[in-house]
Design a binder for this molecule. Structure first.
Ligand code: PLP
Length: 406
């Protein structure tokens, strides 16, 4: 009998409020952001909740990264430091800003970019750093901001996993110079597809606003365009859904935070299981993912067998990214399309070494999705029981796995 037969909380969560607001928007006929007030209202509320004066909503969390880089004045062939353990957009947004991503390895306990690796990656061409608040836990922003100040670099937080997370009680999204969030379907705040840029810098905000709206400027005439840009405006239906979802975010974040902390404490006693280390300065973890490292030797069974066994026990989980970003075909072949500058063409991403990220991808990472953390504490007990059961049967698992391999 599997440990868990009932489904976990399903995602997204919505109800009458979303239905009513969507219908109101539909019937208003004001469907575009230039026609209605939903997106504008959401920008104000989201920015305020994340400790910022400005929010600029856009079509997704990839475009928001790129717009933030352009607004910050990144130029062709500038270098931008990014982690290798992240969704591909963190690095492709840099390429699409006509700049060059440079990889700095992560820390194996927090899974966030390692400040020492950032320092080692800095060259005279470095202009910016994009720390990702991986799985929803803020990166080491105190150290990163110190490095940035010493070298005159812009810090763009990739907060796609970190809605409502905080560090020393300061919200993610307000910890660097500018930040980017995603509202894609899996994210902790979603409208299907969407993104937002947050900042307290008036000039950066003005530039982002202009870039998301075809290069128009405040006070300019309608067909007057001041910079290269495009139409990246978010629509009113998404704005309506986000305004409702935002009402739910605070309580959902507290539930995930409490459940994630509890689950980590329940799992930590198993040999070879290392949940993401919670830093002393993390005052609220976003838990877009509950992530852990599985040391197969200490645990007594390989990751693939453990994941298959957990699935069989009714616990949805995965191994996450299959490659560190420099190992992706995109980078190995430098398939950068029209962005293949002379400097980029001279790079050999195949020789970039990020051994800690590689270890997570190839052998050790295990991910559980944020929706698993939205149920009652008994759900966490079920997850912990399943891990313990899989550990108890590790010898059988291991031999079955070896047989399957040979
Ligand atoms: C870390 C990270 N950055 C950026 C993105 C890109 O967001 P989007 O899918 O909204 O373009 C994602 C999400 O998928 C992500 O996980």
């Amino acid at each position: 009998m599997p440990t868990r037969t009932r489904p976990f909380t399903s995602w997204p969560i919505f109800g009458d409020a979303e239905e009513a607001r969507l219908l109101r928007t539909l019937r208003s006929g004001n469907w575009g952001r230039l026609d209605g007030t939903e997106v504008e209202e959401f920008e104000h509320r989201f920015a305020a909740m994340h400790g910022c004066r400005h929010g600029v909503a856009v079509v997704n969390g990839t475009v928001s990264l790129r717009i933030a880089l352009l607004a910050a004045g990144i130029r062709a062939e500038d270098e931008v430091i990014v982690p290798p353990y992240t969704f591909v957009s963190t690095a492709t947004a840099v390429i699409e800003a006509n700049a060059i991503p440079v990889f700095a390895d992560i820390d194996l306990q927090t899974f966030n970019i390692d400040p020492a690796a950032i320092e080692a990656a800095i060259t005279p061409r470095t202009r910016a750093i994009i720390p990702v608040h991986f799985a929803g836990q803020p990166a080491d922003m105190a150290a990163i901001m110190r490095i940035a100040a010493a070298h005159g670099l812009v810090v763009l937080e990739d907060a796609a996993h970190a809605h409502a997370a905080s560090d020393r009680h300061r919200p993610a999204g307000s910890l660097g110079h500018v930040a980017s969030f995603s509202f894609q379907s899996s994210k902790n705040l979603t409208c299907g597809e969407g993104g937002i840029i947050t900042t307290n810098d008036d000039r950066l905000a003005e530039a982002c606003r202009s870039i998301q709206n075809c290069g128009r400027v405040a006070g300019g005439i309608w067909y007057e365009h001041h910079r290269i840009s495009g139409n990246y405006r978010l629509g009113e239906f998404q704005g309506a859904v986000l305004n409702c979802q935002l009402e739910r975010l605070e309580a959902q974040t507290n539930t995930r935070d409490a459940n994630g902390r509890y689950l980590a404490s329940q799992l930590a006693s198993l040999p070879g299981i290392y949940p993401q280390l919670r830093t002393a300065s993390c005052t609220r973890h976003g838990y877009h993912l509950f992530m852990l490292r599985l040391d197969a030797r200490e645990f007594g069974a390989p990751r693939a067998a453990v994941i298959a066994a957990l699935e069989a026990e009714g616990i949805p989980c995965s191994a996450g990214y299959g490659f560190s970003l420099p190992q992706q075909p995109l980078f190995r072949q430098r398939a950068f399309g029209p962005y293949l500058s002379t400097a980029a063409a001279a790079l050999d991403y195949g020789s970039v070494r990020c051994p800690r990220s590689d270890r997570l991808c190839r052998e050790e990472a295990v991910w559980l999705g944020q929706e698993l953390l939205l149920g009652p504490r008994e759900d966490m007990d079920d997850i912990a029981r399943a891990f313990a059961k899989v550990h108890a049967h590790r010898a059988a698992l291991s031999s079955r796995h070896l047989e399957a391999e040979t």
